[in-house]
Every structure is written in structure tokens, then in C-alpha cells.
Design a protein around this ligand. Structure first.
Ligand code: 5GP
Length: 344
């Protein structure tokens, strides 16, 4: 029965602010009003959006990013947001989590360094033995070369202080805005400093950009929606991806809800899976798209009639693509195998 999937999973593509649950958004709002007496008209509209949960329209999904950002404007709120998200993933059976987030500055209240530190503190304080957590710091492709370079300096300083927690840099943000080529030299500096690189790739048809990303050889790529010839890519691009063996982070519900993929059954997952290309299932924004990692495994299993063994293999192979140390990877792999033996 594919509804009973593996209970041992790694989440490698989760944006902090997109992962906030309804409960966390409400509690963060509660924290905010206790500090201000301003009117609460906007919250009434937001509350309706948050309340819609799984039935949110696409427009409402994107509104949730705005709501989350307006509620995580202090180190205390960022800390709580990260702690809640980590606990929720752990409750869903996630044993290894790479959380990613774009550092934000709020003049007079929070610097980018404090934003990153608040997440690092949350990761250190969770330490409940159920879940190992790492941080990937995101660069927004809309911010421009200069600000991105400054952000990298902040990231590197934080990485030197917390080398075991801050393990990677991601390039994300609106794929219609900005040029990836502006950010590749900055990502190269991050790589030289020992950080792993993940890049959001081909979320919309843009073969030239996708080619440049693959030539850069990131450690992982996100989505790769428009690479296969049937999905707005080309045979050449598809061959290039397969030849690269770069692991792809796949977020089915996010793609279906955003409309970049027509349906679960028509997701490019199947082409990569059939080609035995390295892949890992992920949530992207579990709060915005009202999903969970177990739901992603279930919906993939249901859509493609995958066996329990195939799901296990997928979960197990994801341990090869972590941005953790070799020792941590091996430990996790051993744990996976032990749990599998017990459940067989
Ligand atoms: P944050 O970085 O603020 O913790 O998480 C939310 C941010 O992640 C969004 O504002 C956006 O920049 C990025 N993000 C979330 N989901 C996606 C996605 O599916 N594609 C891209 N390109 N960026 C995303």
C-alpha cells in the first residue's frame, strides 16, 4: 500500500518563510500585536487567506509569502519561525532538514547578520535528537550584483563562525526577474569558501539560462521544470542535464499549484525517474502550498503507482545528495538501512 510510505526522510528544499504553518503565522501575529496598538484591518483580510489552507487560490498562495515576510521582521520572530518549522518537519518524520532562507534587513531592528544568527540559534536550540538541521542561505536573483555581493560577505562571516550549520548558498526568487549570470561569480566565491551551491533552474522556459546554470555545475539544482523537450526545453538541454548527474530537487505540489506543471501525472518527475537521474522529493513551501514531505511522497507514489521499495530507494538515495559531512551522510544512511530492515 503506497499510502504507507517510508517514515524516514530528508528534506533538502524548504524555504523558511514559505514553510510557516497557519498556527505559526497566527502566533507570530499575536507576538506583533502585543507590541503595537495599530489597527488590525489588514490582518482580517490575511486571516481569511490563511484560513483557506489547501483551498487557497494561486494568488492567495503568493499573498502568504507577503504575510509571512511581514511577520518575520525581528530576530525573535525569525527564531520562532525557524524553531516551529523544524519541529513540524520532525513531527512529519523528517530526520534531516536543510532549511533555506533569504536574509532580510529591517532598518533599526534587524541586520542580515542578525537574521542569519536567529536561524542558527533556532537550529542549535532545537537539538532534540530527532532531526539534524543545516542552513542554506538564499540569494534573491532580483536584488542586484552589489547587494548580493554584500550579502555574501555577511554569509561568509556567519559560515566561518558556524561551519557545521551554514553549509550552502542557494539562488532563488522570481525567475522572471534578474540575470543568473550576474550571480554566478558571487556563487563561485561562495563555493571557493567551501559552501555547497544549489540553484533554482528552468522554472520557466529559458534554455540559455538553464545551460549556463548546468555549465556552472552546482551541487544540486531546484525544479528543472522546463528542460525536457515535452516541457519547453530541448533534447540537447535534457541530454546535458542527464549527463551532468547533478541531483534535482523536485517539488510536485508547488509546481502543480503554481501552474508551471499541468498535473501531478504530467510532472517531469517521471522522465527523471525513468532515466534514473538523481532526484529528491521536497516541499518547497509547505505552508504556502499546504503540503508536507510525507504528502509529497504519497502523492508521487499514487500518481506513478510506485512500490514501497521504490519509495525507500528514493529516500535512501537522497542521503547521497546532502550538504552534510561525509560522516553525517554515512550515519544517516546507516540509520535509514536499520529502519528499513526493521520495517521489512
Ligand atoms: P524566505 O527566503 O523568505 O525564507 O522564503 C521565501 C522566499 O523564497 C520567496 O520570497 C522567494 O524568494 C523564494 N522562493 C520560495 N519558493 C520559491 C520557488 O518555488 N521558486 C523560486 N524561484 N523562489 C522561491
Amino acid at each position: 500500500n503506497t499510502r504507507h510510505t517510508t517514515t524516514f526522510r530528508a528534506e533538502l528544499h524548504a524555504h523558511l518563510n514559505g514553510s510557516l504553518s497557519t498556527k505559526t503565522l497566527r502566533e507570530l501575529h499575536g507576538l506583533q500585536i502585543s507590541h503595537s496598538d495599530s489597527g488590525d484591518a489588514t490582518w482580517n483580510i490575511w486571516e481569511a487567506v490563511i484560513e483557506h489552507g489547501q483551498k487557497r487560490t494561486l494568488e492567495e498562495c503568493f499573498q502568504v509569502f507577503g504575510i509571512a515576510h511581514s511577520l518575520t521582521t525581528t530576530p525573535t520572530a525569525v527564531y520562532k519561525a525557524a524553531q516551529d518549522v523544524i519541529k513540524e518537519f520532525a513531527d512529519d518524520g523528517v530526520v534531516y532538514l536543510e532549511l533555506r532562507s533569504t536574509p532580510r534587513e529591517v532598518p533599526g531592528i534587524m541586520s542580515k547578520a542578525q537574521y542569519i544568527q536567529a536561524i542558527v540559534d533556532a537550529i542549535q536550540d532545537v537539538a532534540d535528537g530527532r532531526i539534524l538541521v543545516k542552513l542554506i542561505v538564499s540569494l534573491d536573483r532580483q536584488q542586484g550584483k552589489g547587494p548580493a555581493s554584500e550579502t555574501l560577505d555577511v554569509i561568509l562571516a556567519a559560515h566561518y563562525q558556524n561551519p557545521k550549520i551554514i553549509v550552502g548558498v542557494d539562488l532563488s526568487g522570481n525567475p522572471l526577474k534578474g540575470l543568473v549570470t550576474d550571480y554566478l561569480p558571487i556563487l563561485a566565491c561562495a563555493r571557493n569558501a567551501g559552501l555547497k551551491i544549489s540553484i533554482h533552474c528552468a522554472e520557466i522556459p529559458n534554455p540559455d539560462e538553464a545551460e549556463k546554470i548546468l555549465d556552472f555545475r552546482p551541487d544540486r539544482v531546484g525544479h528543472c521544470t522546463c528542460i525536457h523537450p515535452l516541457h519547453g526545453g530541448s533534447q540537447e538541454l535534457w541530454n546535458k542535464l542527464l549527463k551532468s548527474y547533478i541531483p534535482v530537487e523536485l517539488c510536485l505540489t508547488s509546481n502543480v499549484k503554481c501552474g508551471t506543471v499541468e498535473s501531478y501525472k504530467k510532472h517531469h518527475f517521471i522522465h527523471l525517474f525513468t532515466a534514473r537521474h538523481p532526484i529528491v522529493l521536497a516541499t518547497d513551501d509547505k505552508g504556502v502550498f499546504a503540503t508536507s514531505l510525507s504528502e509529497e511522497y504519497m502523492v508521487t507514489a499514487d500518481s506513478y503507482n510506485l512500490s514501497r521499495e521504490q519509495l525507500w530507494q528514493m529516500a535512501l538515495s537522497s542521503t547521497d545528495y546532502l550538504f552534510a559531512s561525509e560522516e553525517e551522510k554515512n550515519n544517516l544512511k546507516q540509520m535509514f538501512l536499520q529502519i528499513k530492515q526493521l520495517s521489512d
